[in-house]
Design a protein around this ligand. Sequence first.
Ligand code: SF4
Length: 483
Amino acid sequence: MNGTSFPLPRVRLINPTFERSTVASKRQNQKTIPSFHFKASSCERKMMSRRRRNCREKKVEEEEPIGGDMEDLFSEKDTHNIRMSLLDWYDDNQRDLPWRKRRSETEKERRAYEVWVSEIMLQQTRVQTVMEFYKRWMHKWPTIDDLAQASLEEVNEMWAGLGYYRRARFLLEGAKMVVAGREGFPNKASSLMKVKGIGEYTAGAIASIAFNEAVPVVDGNVIRVLARLKAISANPKDRITIKNFWKLAAQLVDPSRPGDFNQSLMELGATLCSVSKPSCSSCPVSSQCRAYSLFQENRTIPVTEYPTKVVKAKPRLDFCCVCVLEILNQTGGRFVLVKRPEEGLLAGLWEFPSVILDKEASVAARRKAINLYLKETFHVDPKETCTIVSRKELGEFVHIFTHIRRKIYVELLVVQLTEGGTIDLFKGEAKDTLTWKCVDSDVLSTMGLTSAVRKVYSMVEAHKQDSSVPSNRTVISRKRRIT
Ligand code: SF4
């Protein structure tokens, strides 16, 4: 029986919310795949018709959400089997990860802190990448009290390379909040969610793993496993569908070992039930997996059809010219770094002076924009405050942020300040509105910088190695105009 056998209006009577999502996902994905509503056994059909009758008789509201209807949840038997199978499998197969240390009853708060840090690091980042960062972090700040005393600058430096820096800032602010509170580490998901930076997922992970509270977690891995177990073809990004995944996860979580169960579900999604190459033949819950049983009936519909793939919105394209400004003095060159605003993209992080453009621009147009910026912001003006030693286009690259595809043009501008230039530099308004510093190359090489800034600096280093342009020339033979 395929997905077109049951007309959609009949499905609506069972679960209007999923039917709506199913229609939406069909629009996005031309290939029709069976959902658990469509694939009904004769027994299920009898239940469906009985339910419709009941609905009419009891005048149940048509918009009854999933979860009030046991047909949408796992059966008791499936729930029991999934719990047992997953926990057994997890006991034997869990990966040895640094944040999975067992802690004694008296160290629950320590464990909560470790889970918190690891879960925040793992969001949007691969396990392999996180491992080293996690070890370094725990070496520096082994407890939440240690972290609460750190500065944002230190935290950003430690985080450099993990991306999504707002997570690091919230982690620090959350730690300060917990330490400043009078009630110790919150030990329930509901109270954890009041802490800065802790959402429903992180609260569920901390509460279940560290404090044994039977609450669910839902991340991308869990959504994938649940969508396959139940053959859910609704749009997984849809708000109502996500709510339904939470209900399914809440039903499954094992009350006696909630932390281990949640980790087993995530572990299955991260290992066997992978996005493109699931290992169904080795899977501990294959007997309860509807996507797998559908595949065995009809080999043209692989389990990877679930969850439905949603076309991502195209990232916005923008352009940015970066000017690595090196100021020579008697002892060598120092680089100007500017601190980004405390809100918005890469908040509070250091970068080279730069200007965002709204379209692709020629070298001349880019230099004009940079010249204006340097003059107005830093008073770097060859007529008054400096002479140019060299100016060179180093190349360009594309850096992807979550929602922005940024083309970055890089140039190296080496200047020497004229007499009085040092005093004039950065005078005026910029002093109050901009935080900046000059650092030498040794400091720059060891600073925690974002990956885009590091890439820019590696272009500078490569250029200096290749080129005959001396980096520490102190005698300027003649003035040159900025072109
Ligand atoms: S049987 Fe396959 S699709 Fe189903 S949960 Fe296991 S690995 Fe995933």
